[in-house]
Design a protein around this ligand. Structure first.
Ligand code: SF4
Ligand code: SF4
Length: 438
């Protein structure tokens, strides 16, 4: 049944159960706004040039409006308000219906849910949101990419997507503290499970296992600014791939671990390691899921860094890095999170040779690694091809260094830098800041 790199959750549905599963998800995830969007397209074609897929390869499948048609065909067959009431009308078996092959490609492979096309559509159609319903329906059939199955299952059972134990975490942090003491001074420690701190800091687990220099950069910044922070054994994973599965239930369960960790420690705020989707989900999507606002602040670390610099808590040496330096706005941090000026303030504090990509900020192109595509090896080729629009943007800046504030964007831009021979270095914003601290 599965194709195009699709894997299956072990659901063992029969056709009737599969239809039932689709019906439940459809009822749960649709709204008046959604139906209005689905009907509103005037076929103007403006969304084509907004999408990095179409800009990278001029295929009609890559026009956002055409992705919507894939979903409309499924809705027409399974949820049509009149047809579904006719006794002689039976929808096809969704487990074998090729319409779902097309929908899988449109929703998981050919859309990163970046939201850029929504800004250009005169009818207010948000293809990313519409494709999210497509992902939810496919999740209901157990059809999701392999890279979005294992990591989520591991997170749901162990609390982090790499399956690190609490002992692994403590051992690594103690080792990092010893290493950092050489630079920071003999009394340097890293607080773990400290109660009532100003900031509960949630790292990316890959920095604990494979990339400790990144975590060291983050902790160096917090320490240099004199922040009252803690790490926690209750949660040390900013990642939340469940959202990209199309399962808000799984996403909430994972995000709730962070909320509970804050509650246990009575932290005044949460700060998140550079991770676009992790920030979006905890800061914005969870509020929508809960139907209420958080009564404490949630920051991406770059917001704190900007504040430290403005308040004189962090002093940076200028031009330690040879420019030109450009900044890639991660979609979930900038377009969907509103964090646009802060990283620019930070970078301009450490270089006099900053250049913008065109377009940038809310209108920036997705790097091609969003939407969970970076987590599935099967999507390597499509990521490389669809990174062309971003590669051209970068090339035009003449930048030697591309800075970004998201782990997946960093990986994807490093890959496209090699694929398109851009001759660039790609750095996390925490690296350039930590290395510029006076
Ligand atoms: S959300 Fe992004 S990737 Fe998806 S169709 Fe729109 S512009 Fe293209
Ligand atoms: S911009 Fe909006 S109205 Fe125009 S083709 Fe795209 S989705 Fe349809």
């Amino acid at each position: 049944m599965a194709s195009h790199g699709a894997s299956t959750l072990d659901m063992n549905l029969n056709p009737a159960q599969a239809v039932d599963s689709l019906q439940k998800i459809y009822r749960k995830y649709t709204s008046r706004k959604f139906f209005a969007m689905l009907q509103a397209c005037v076929h103007c074609g403006l969304c084509a040039e907004a999408c990095h897929y179409y800009c990278s390869e001029k295929k009609s499948d890559f026009i956002p409006a055409n992705r919507i048609k894939r979903l409309a065909a499924v809705i027409n067959e399974y949820f049509h308000p009149l047809k579904s009431k006719l006794p002689f009308f039976t929808p096809g078996n969704p487990l074998t219906n090729p319409k779902f092959d097309g929908l899988y490609k449109a929703a998981f492979e050919n859309c990163t849910l970046c939201g850029k096309c929504a800004l250009i559509c005169p009818m207010g159609i948000n293809t990313g949101e519409i494709m999210y319903l497509a992902r939810a329906l496919l999740f209901g059939l157990g059809r999701i990419p392999s890279g979005l199955i294992g990591p989520v299952q591991t997170t749901l059972t162990t609390g982090n997507y790499l399956g690190l134990s609490g002992e692994d975490f403590i051992e690594t942090v103690e080792w990092i503290a010893e290493e950092m003491a050489e630079d920071m001074g003999a009394g340097f420690t890293i607080p773990i499970d400290k109660e009532q701190p100003q900031v509960l800091y949630i790292p990316h687990p890959l920095t604990l296992r494979d990339l400790p220099f990144l975590l060291m950069s983050e902790l160096k910044i917090l320490a240099a600014a004199g922040e009252d922070y803690t790490l926690s054994t209750h949660d040390f994973d900013v990642v939340n791939y469940a959202f990209y599965q199309g399962s808000k239930e799984n996403a909430f369960q994972i995000a709730n671990t962070t909320l509970q960790a804050r509650e246990k420690l009575q932290a005044k705020s949460i700060a998140l390691a550079p991770c676009g989707h992790g920030y979006r989900i905890l800061r914005w999507e969870v509020e929508k899921m809960l139907g209420e606002k958080h009564n404490f602040p949630i920051y991406s670390l770059v917001e704190l860094i900007d504040r430290y610099i403005q308040d004189g808590r962090l002093k940076l040496e200028k031009d330690k890095f040879e420019g030109p330096i450009t900044y890639h706005d991660p979609c979930n941090i900038a377009r969907r999170g509103g964090i646009i000026q802060q990283p620019r303030n930070v970078i301009k504090a450490l270089t006099s040779n900053f250049v913008e990509m065109e377009p940038y900020g809310v209108h920036n192109f997705c790097c091609g690694g969003g939407g969970g595509l970076a987590s599935t090896a099967d999507f390597g080729k499509i990521r490389a091809t669809m990174g062309k629009a971003k590669a051209e943007q970068i090339r035009k800046t003449g930048a030697k260094i591309v800075v970004t504030g998201c782990f997946n964007c960093k990986t994807q831009i490093r890959d496209i830098g090699q694929n398109y021979d851009l001759g660039i270095e790609v750095k996390s914003i925490v690296e350039v800041v930590a290395d510029s601290i006076r």
